[in-house]
Every structure is written in C-alpha cells, then in structure tokens.
Ligand binder design. Structure first.
Ligand SMILES: [Zn+2]
Length: 61
C-alpha cells in the first residue's frame, strides 16, 4: 500500500495529468489528475494549486 497513490488534494498535494502539463516560462503547470484543479509545480514531485507567481520572478525570466 502506497500513500503516494492516494489523492491528497485536500492538503494541497496534487498529481498532474501529464497530457496537460506545459511550461509557462516560470514553472510547469497542468491539471490535477485527481480533482481537475489547475496546478503548478513548486518543486520536483511537488505540485500545488496554481498560484500567481511573484513579479520578482518575472523580472528574472
Ligand atoms: Zn488534486
């Protein structure tokens, strides 16, 4: 039994549907495979509900 396979959307841990994943210039974004929410990759294997990236990051892009 693997905890990682359980939907953890209620604690803001999502799994991307790989067909929807794309690069927006700052992060990978996609749609959650479990709940359909727009999600953004914070770190490797760490997908969170999409947030508005800071203007500071946009200056570096
Ligand atoms: Zn989800």
């Amino acid at each position: 039994m693997t905890l990682h396979r359980k939907p953890l959307c209620w604690i803001n841990v999502h799994r991307p549907d790989r067909r929807t994943v794309s690069w927006d210039g700052l992060n990978f974004v996609g749609t959650c495979n479990c709940c359909g929410t727009a999600i953004r990759r914070a770190a490797k294997n760490d997908w969170r509900k999409d947030w508005s990236p800071s203007v500071i990051f946009k200056l570096a892009a």
